[in-house]
Design a binder for this molecule. Structure first.
Ligand SMILES: [Zn+2]
Length: 294
């Protein structure tokens, strides 16, 4: 299949490149792949919930690769694609329900659970910077849709968990946590550009990578940051070290993957490379020893 597709490209250089889509799982926190116009037409511009959406070609059609928010209600949804001459067309798709488990974490530093007024000012500034990084858009004909894991270690917290810090409900888990010793390397899971770095109240030392077409990844709680904004990184390149800066209960990497400004389950982009699950081994662990956090 691959060979014939490659030959087609050689024979018909005007045809858009074919690409393997990520594992589509149209649930809240998942990905919908929506078939658009034939690939013989120019790539349409697609929008979902007001945000521009990735469009790639596969099997002679354009497909929108849509990140679905955890807060999205299951049922009928639609996206808009602007085709030739700027004519908009709506495409319907269905979001299936998914239940996410609850997770209870205990933090002894009460300030990280109930931040003071000064902390809240900083948190608001952080939120603006983080939203700006996730909102960046770089054109890329073939953004990487297959990722390597950015750190080696146990999956200490899954994506989407409904979180309680000291029994108080907080935002659901927007990424996955990989437990690893302080100083362990954090590497780029795919080629990209460093779009931002910073030190944030909850997220600690952080790197953002832009992989193109609204696909942005974020790395939190780093001990050290080893790249600068604007730098190009290749797959496997070291971008920092695992640490425990920000709101954590132990050393780990928190990894967020965002599509159209929407956090999705990173493991949808890492087929065959999932870290061992938290449930394997000796069973549930006491909250205090979980190497987790935001
Ligand atoms: Zn986390």
């Amino acid at each position: 299949m691959r060979i014939s597709a490659a030959w087609l490209l050689v024979l018909l250089p005007g045809v858009a490149a074919a690409q393997e889509l990520p594992r589509a799982l149209p649930v809240p926190g998942g990905i919908a792949a929506v078939k658009l116009a034939p690939a013989s037409e120019p790539p349409p511009r697609a929008y979902f919930n007001g945000a521009r959406v990735m469009v790639v070609s596969q099997d002679d059609h354009w497909h929108a690769v849509v990140g679905l928010p955890l807060s999205l209600a299951p049922g009928a949804q639609k996206l808009t694609a602007m085709g030739r001459e700027g004519v908009g067309r709506e495409y319907a798709f269905t979001v299936q329900p998914k239940e996410y488990a609850a997770q209870y974490l205990t933090l002894t530093n009460k300030r990280l659970v109930d931040p003071g007024a000064k902390d809240l000012e900083r948190i608001q500034r952080d939120q603006v910077a983080v939203a700006r990084a996730f909102g960046s858009w770089t054109e890329a004909a073939e953004p990487p849709l297959r990722f390597a894991l950015p750190a080696q270690g146990r999956l200490s917290s899954e994506f989407g968990l409904r979180r309680f810090f000291n029994n108080q409900p907080r935002q659901p888990h927007s990424g996955i946590d990989i437990a690893a010793p302080e100083g362990a390397p954090v590497t780029a899971p795919a080629p990209g550009i460093v779009v931002e770095t910073g030190d944030y109240f909850f997220n600690g030392n952080t790197v953002f990578l832009d992989h193109g077409q609204g696909l942005i990844t974020m790395y939190n709680h780093l001990k050290r940051i080893e790249v600068k904004p604007g730098a190009r990184v290749t797959i496997g390149q070291k971008i920092g070290e695992v640490g425990m800066t920000g709101r954590v209960t132990g050393a780990h990497l928190h990894w967020t993957v965002s599509l159209n400004k929407t956090a999705i389950d990173p493991l949808l982009l890492t087929p065959g490379a999932a870290p061992s699950a938290v449930s394997s081994g000796a069973g549930p662990q006491p909250a205090q020893t979980l190497q987790a956090g935001d």
